[in-house]
Each structure stands twice: as structure tokens, then as C-alpha cells.
Design a protein around this ligand. Sequence first.
Ligand code: NAI
Length: 327
Amino acid sequence: AKAPLRVAVTGAAGQIGYSLLFRIANGDMLGKDQPVILQLLEIPDERAQKALTGVMMEIDDCAFPLLAGMTAHSDPMTAFKDIDYAVLVGARPRGPGMERKDLLSANAQIFTAQGKALNAVAKRTVKTLVVGNPANTNAYIAMKSAPDLPAKNFTAMLRLDHNRALSQLAAKTGKAVADIEKLVVWGNHSPTMYPDYRFATIGGQSVKSMINDEEWNKNTFLPTVGKRGAAIIDARGLSSAASAANAAIDHIHDWHCGTNGKWVTMGIPSDGSYDIPKEVMYGFPVTCENGEYKIVQGLEIDAFSRERMNFTLNELTEEQDGVKHLL
Ligand code: NAI
């Protein structure tokens, strides 16, 4: 039998946590033959810790065969001890009247502390996914706060945007989501993201020529995917949770198990590909093999795409400049 892998999840008593933890313990993330130990972090607040206890009682009651252990924490220095994976979900939400820069600095505090804790106590090979918003910049902050860990192991979640785009394309073409290949979402997990189906295929056929409607791309597809989070809040009264948890599972699953050549989108520190400045935490098309991702190279970037890619890049550069003095 395989040795268990240690997975830390922050914000474990929150909405996304409630969808995520059960699936990790069920083997959906790391494989159906891979035992896991859950190390769950919540804020020290008494209500949050009590709610976490309740979630753990329910996890116990599932009697998951792959769950080899589970602990509750209020300090990242213990929660992150010896972990193989960190799924950083907990973040400071935007309160009423809170400005963007207040949100950035509140989260900068959380993610510098968590980055430092990862640096101090996690396994040297730990792989991190940041879900909590602003996800790209939070991942950047954690990466910069963990100088002894490989920068490439810090990633941000663009997978929900990728999956949202897949489902829109499947609906538009009347084809199965599973048959759509070579989709990418460039940039920031924010409405500025650029979902790009110029290279996408279904059964080897070009999705762009199947749809053959640039107006639909610009005026329907891009805004629908970009504003999907807001549409969910409007309809449900709560932000996306199960779909966000599902995307986190997909992200780590593919990173850990590989994609068999299939493209997926990950927010990763740029290596300078596609003229995205080094270290910017940016959504790129990648393939994964043996626990490593690799950016898909050689894609042609036309004028419209470059404009969109720069627009989302500028937002990220501004966010990252806005927190530099805190790092
Ligand atoms: P939630 O408010 O239900 O849960 C968040 C939990 O995190 C709370 O229980 C809170 O106590 C905890 N928390 C806050 N600060 C913490 C810290 N420093 N350490 C540990 N735990 C902490 O929120 P929900 O719906 O679960 O969303 C979590 C985050 O994910 C939000 O920032 C949300 O904007 C983001 N999100 C990101 C998506 C993406 O695609 N990247 C998609 C959907 C949500």
C-alpha cells in the first residue's frame, strides 16, 4: 500500500471546505489508491473552530477507507508540518465599504504568514494551490514569502474559469465537454481573464470554425465566463462553492496524476513565456506529467489576444505592485 500523503486545507470550515474535504478524503484528488492525512486550518475564533469540529465529525461519519488521519489547527505552523499539498482556501472576503487596497493588504498579511509557515515546516517538495481571492496575488505573496521552496510549486486557481468556459463551449456546439481539447484561460482569476478557444478542438475539428461567430465570442462568451462568479452569487445568494471545490480537485488531481497530453489552465509563476514578465502569477495552458507542469509553447498570439492578455496582465502587475512593500 502507498504511504499516506499529507494535505493541508485552510478555511476548512467554510463553504468551499464543506465541498472539498469530503472529496479529498474520498480519493478524488490524489487517486483512489492513495491514502491521505488531512491537516485542517481555521482561524482561532471559537465559532470557526467549533464549526470545524462539526465538519470533522461528519468526515468521521463517512468512514472513508483512504483517510489515514485528520487534525484540526489554528496555527499554520502546526497545520503545514510535513505536508505534501497545501490547498489555501481561507481568505479575507471583501466587507462592505472595503476598498480594493484594504482587501489586498488584509490578504497580504494572511498569505505572508502562511508562506512563511510553509517555508519553515512543510515538505521541501510541497505543492500549493491558492483558491482564496485575490487568488493570483495571494499565491504570489505566499511564493515570495517562502524563499526556500521552489517558486514553481506555488500556483493559483484558474481551473474554475477553465471549466466554466468548457461548459459554455459544449452548450454552444452541442458537443460533450469531455471532447473539448486545447482550451486556455490566460491571466488573472478576475473578470479581466481571457478565455481563449482559438486553438480548441473537438474530435480534431476547430471549435473556432465550428462556432464561426466572433460577435458571440466577444459579446457573449467572454463576458459570460468573466462574470460567471457574479451570476452565481446573484442566483444562489452565495458564491460558487461546490464548483470551486471541484475545480481545486481537478487542478491538484491533474498536477499530481498527469494530464496525458491534455491541456489544462493553471495560474503559475511566469517563466517569461508569451512575453508575460517572469514571476507574474498568470493563467497559462499547461500539460502535466510526473508531478510537473509544462507551459504549452508556440501558440500564435494575434492582436486581439495580445490586447486581452495585456489587459489582465496589467491588473495583476498593479495588484502585485500594491503588495510589494508588504513582502
Ligand atoms: P467562506 O467565507 O465560506 O469560508 C472561508 C473560511 O476561511 C472561513 O471559515 C474563515 O474562517 C476561513 N479563514 C479566513 N481566514 C483564514 C486564515 N487566515 N486561515 C485559515 N482559515 C481562514 O468562503 P468560501 O466560499 O469557502 O470561499 C473561500 C475563498 O475562495 C474566498 O476568498 C473566495 O473569494 C474564493 N473563491 C475563489 C475561487 C477561484 O476560482 N479562485 C472561486 C470561488 C471562491
